[in-house]
Design a binder for this molecule. Structure first.
Ligand SMILES: [Zn+2]
Length: 57
């Protein structure tokens, strides 16, 4: 058994995920959440770049 570094739950299997410059071991649930967060962050970044206006004025 190992402990998820994100939610503290004890799980059978941990996934090693790179978060920023750190490596975090997290359970499957947290991994899914993390992936979603990443997707949302990437989308937000894209939207921001659109707002900055690649198309000019
Ligand atoms: Zn977890």
């Amino acid at each position: 058994m190992a402990e998820c570094q994100k939610c503290g739950e004890e799980v059978e299997e941990l996934y090693r995920v790179k978060v920023g410059t750190r490596r975090v071991q997290m359970c499957e649930d947290c991994l899914e959440l993390h992936k979603e967060e990443q997707a949302i962050a990437a989308e937000a970044e894209g939207a921001m770049q659109d707002m900055m206006g690649y198309k000019g004025r």
